[in-house]
Design a binder for this molecule. Structure first.
Ligand code: FE2
Ligand code: FE2
Length: 168
């Protein structure tokens, strides 16, 4: 799985700007890079499962789109109420920002662009995924985000329990 991701996304993963994704946090202590890798891996798992039913998809594009879907390159936690004059409401605007940044740094085809700019459906109701690969990444992203958020809550609860214990 990881080998396929490294093969398809070699130019992305070796790019110096991509390394900065490790410094931006997505959910809790999960960086944007870790989140994106996880979405790519989950996307491939879905694609492998679909193959059993003779439903095939463009794996290369799936992986590359997943790796770049959150390539917005700023810390979204630093914006007040998740809103900033420059970036607007993060949830609504970051897919377009990611596409702009990714188009500047990498050679992208139509499927990859569709994956990146449509991945926030249904929050962005006007950006409906236009291909199978974009639907897969949209679902993989929701699943990974939920799991990361639940794990984060777990971590917070554990810390809170420890703190309360110390106060007794
Ligand atoms: Fe996103
Ligand atoms: Fe994401």
């Amino acid at each position: 799985m990881e080998e396929r991701i490294r093969n398809y996304g070699a130019d992305i993963l070796n790019h110096e700007t991509y390394a900065t994704l490790a410094t931006y946090m997505q959910h809790g202590n999960v960086s944007v890079m870790e989140h994106s890798m996880r979405v790519a891996e989950t996307g491939l798992r879905i694609a492998d499962w679909m193959k059993k039913y003779n439903i095939n998809c463009h794996e290369r594009e799936l992986v590359r789109g997943a790796l770049l879907h959150d390539y917005f390159l700023y810390d979204w936690h630093e914006t007040t109420l998740k809103y900033s004059i420059k970036n607007g409401f993060h949830g609504f605007t970051h897919a377009r920002t990611a596409l702009k940044n990714a188009s500047r740094d990498y050679e992208l085809n139509e499927i990859e662009r569709d994956i990146i700019v449509k991945h926030m459906f249904p929050l962005n109701l006007t950006a409906v995924p236009g291909c199978r690969e974009a639907w897969i990444v949209t679902m993989a992203d929701k699943y990974c985000s939920l799991m990361e958020t639940l794990t984060m809550r777990n971590g917070m609860n554990k810390r809170r329990r420890k703190r309360n214990f110390r106060n007794v």
